[in-house]
Design a protein around this ligand. Sequence first.
Ligand SMILES: NC(=O)c1ccc[n+]([C@@H]2O[C@H](COP(=O)([O-])OP(=O)(O)OC[C@H]3O[C@@H](n4cnc5c(N)ncnc54)[C@H](OP(=O)(O)O)[C@@H]3O)[C@@H](O)[C@H]2O)c1
Length: 299
Amino acid sequence: MTSIPRPTPAVPSSATDPQAQSGGQSGASPENLLSGLGLGTWGMGENPDKAKLEIAALQRGIDLGMCLIDTAEMYADGGAEEIVGAAIAGRRNAVCLVSKVMPHHADRRGTVAACERSLRRLGVDCIDLYLLHWLGDVPLAETLEAFTLLHAAGKIARWGVSNFDIDDMQELVGIAAAHEVATNQVLYNLTRRGVEFDLLPWCQQSRIPVMAYSPIEQGRLLSSPPLLRIAERRGASPAQIALAWVLRRPGVMAIPKASSLAHVEQNHGALSLRLEPEDLAELDRAFPPPNKAVRLEML
Ligand SMILES: NC(=O)c1ccc[n+]([C@@H]2O[C@H](COP(=O)([O-])OP(=O)(O)OC[C@H]3O[C@@H](n4cnc5c(N)ncnc54)[C@H](OP(=O)(O)O)[C@@H]3O)[C@@H](O)[C@H]2O)c1
């Protein structure tokens, strides 16, 4: 496939430089669009009674500088993209929008059509980062061709992948250059550390930012005794500990989903939390790192 010229850096400085993970004070600047902590949207747009709160939660996150918003055509059958569209109305330039095409739409025509539907629901002309949600039956080269067409038409600024294990990544960089891949979005949190064995080092070496999804294991991590202990010691919340742990690695972003103002504000606090070596050691004992390769897990 032909090379995609990128209007913004392939590896945003904020994704690789821990010092730059400040929450993105200047959201409109392309260099800062991918700050360390973003906003997830899976589960939003499902219940009209919750729409106002969800929109307000995303807007609070944007106000705080969490300007990376992750969504997908799959979430609530497009309903989450509509919530995002409402949240960003009038402030398009402050955010970096990520959306995803489902694998069964990911042939040449299907990808273009799916992207156009997403653009309409989001109410924007261009998606900043468009991902293949997971690898399906469509040959990867065909999806990448569609990404190239979409980029040439100004409908996406960059593209990437999600749920790609190391062999999938190796196949990908056999077709496209590593610097063209803006991210691999994968499941990563204290209870899902398999990626640390090979995928994460491989992505870091290839300078491909990793976006950690379900960074607090959809809330299941929050009652873990070691997390509660460390949270108490640091005067923080368990969610902040879990997020600070994910964000401690250069080249890793996190996109927790929160649908209340309080949760968004609390999660933002994780950016200023530094875990001490004793915290990290305690977490390693409770959630041991992998000592062999394991298949990438998905939620
Ligand atoms: N690429 C993929 O295949 C894939 C798969 C899964 C997820 N994702 C993306 O990643 C995002 C995050 O993952 P996720 O939604 O699965 O799980 P998550 O972010 O780990 O957890 C979300 C859950 O945690 C709760 N929560 C958030 N902040 C909290 C806090 N400070 N204190 C207590 N509870 C808190 C939320 O509740 P409230 O909503 O009530 O605040 C929600 O129930 C998704 O929304 C989606 O955008 C991508």
